[in-house]
Design a binder for this molecule. Structure first.
Ligand code: ZN
Length: 434
């Protein structure tokens, strides 16, 4: 644990010179709000209400008490299907949303009118944080329907007073036509759709008819190269928006123009970052799993919800002067974690290091095996013929050793030799379990 802690700090290149303030603790007000959530859950006898009652939990008083509250998980929420999470009386529920489960039952989240409004307020704040105003024209390309994407972007934009162009996904011809005719100034999209639109604009040579100034992109881990491509080609600023259906939807955090992490709304949510193995909170600045507690939700409050998203609390204050705390960009999923020689390693850490070697391409492959009683990692990276393969391999291995604490066997191969894959998970092959 100590070791990983030390490592993570270095890998993420956290400015260690920053004087760390005391870790952010849950405030007295937030504790009062959590108690109200617990009370509502128990009174409703909803899925989590029963769990809390069974665990004999009724009230917390201190930050330590809070850390003793049980976690909640997506798999548990499925057990509550269809409406077991409903915590407000049915006459107050105005809408449900559902998270897209790849396996098994979906999760159904009921919303009261206040929940819908709170979400719109948070989302409007996101737009404002990105410098978007009621004079902007916001083209929304994420999907509408059971999930929270399109409608979240729309409600927030209307709360802000901007003009919404509710396109939904696909139909690129019409998308671009409206973008030109309506003079859209903001595009909301997934990173892959934003890239597709960028390429189409380039291909059709219509860049001078596009009035976009900003892109609000659903936060997922996406490559810096892709980001630069969109930014440069369209000449726009990009903002990463964070959120998940279980906790309202997108709109619970966004980066500001200083791009020092995503401000999140701690008057609606309490966010902790925990070690996904020990489940203990990690100090601010260190990477771990994001855990969210809703503070004022009515339809389906959640206590200590494990998102399995990896990030860290950014310590200190943002130059923008916002009082809202920050989460770093999402670094990946806890499921990506590899344990090797007792050290927790995330592919994103390896990527981070490889990015410091411009002579290596962004492709890589990790293979882990168990040989003669020891775990070994082989890391394959690509470069071209103008580089000394052996020397590059040695330098990369040395950097990984000093940052993460073990020495991988680095194999440098010819550019184009590694398989191309959209999925990061395909880049890690753990032969220990095959
Ligand atoms: Zn800021």
């Amino acid at each position: 644990m100590k070791e990983r802690t030390h490592v993570t700090k270095k890998v993420l290149n956290v400015s260690l010179t920053v004087t760390y303030k005391k870790d952010m603790q849950i405030s007295d007000l937030q504790i009062t709000q959590v108690n109200r959530q617990i009370e509502a859950l128990k009174n409703a006898g909803s899925f989590y209400g029963k769990k809390l009652s069974d665990a004999g939990i009724s009230h917390i008083q201190t930050p330590e008490d809070f850390k003793g509250l049980p976690f909640s998980e997506k798999n548990d929420l499925r057990e509550a299907y269809p409406l077991g999470l409903m915590t407000a009386p049915e006459d107050e529920i105005v809408r449900i949303h559902s998270s897209s489960g790849t396996t098994g039952l979906p999760v159904i989240i009921p919303y009261t009118a206040k929940d819908v409004d709170d979400w719109a307020i948070m989302f409007a704040r996101c737009y404002e944080t990105a410098g978007i105003t009621n004079m902007d024209r916001i083209q929304i390309t994420p999907g509408y329907g059971l999930w929270t994407a399109g409608i979240g972007f729309q409600n927030g934009a209307e709360k802000l007073g901007a003009m919404v162009i509710p396109m939904g996904p696909g139909n690129t011809d019409k998308q671009l036509q409206m973008m030109m005719d309506m003079k859209s100034t903001v595009i909301c999209a997934t990173s892959s759709y934003a890239l597709l639109l960028t390429e189409e604009i380039e291909k059709r040579g219509i860049g001078d008819k596009i009035h976009l100034k900003k892109g609000v992109i659903g936060s997922e881990r996406w490559g810096e190269k892709m980001r630069q491509r969109i930014k440069n080609e369209l000449g726009i600023e990009l903002y990463d928006i964070y959120g998940l259906t279980e906790i309202y939807g997108p709109g619970i955090g966004i980066n500001c123009k200083y791009d020092t992490g995503m401000h999140y709304w701690d008057d609606y949510l309490y966010i902790e970052v925990i070690d996904p193995v020990t489940l203990k909170p990690v100090p601010d600045g260190e990477m771990g799993e994001i855990v969210i507690t809703t503070l004022v939700k009515e339809g389906a409050p959640l206590i200590r919800y494990r998102t399995h998203d990896l990030s860290r609390i950014v310590p200190g204050e943002c130059p923008c002067g916002s009082r809202f705390p920050r989460l770093d960009m999402i670094m990946g999923r806890t499921d990506d974690m590899i344990k090797i020689k007792g050290v927790n390693v995330f592919p994103s850490q390896i990527e981070e290091i490889l990015r410091e070697f411009p002579e290596a391409s962004s492709e890589y492959q990790i293979r882990i095996s168990h040989l003669n009683g020891r775990d070994t990692m082989r890391l394959y990276v690509e470069t071209n013929g103008s580089v000394d393969f052996l020397d590059l391999g040695r330098r990369i291995a040395g950097t990984i050793k000093s940052r993460i604490g073990f020495t991988p066997l680095v194999k440098v191969v010819e550019l184009g030799l590694l398989p191309r894959s959209e999925k990061k998970s395909k880049r890690v092959i753990d032969e220990r379990y095959e």
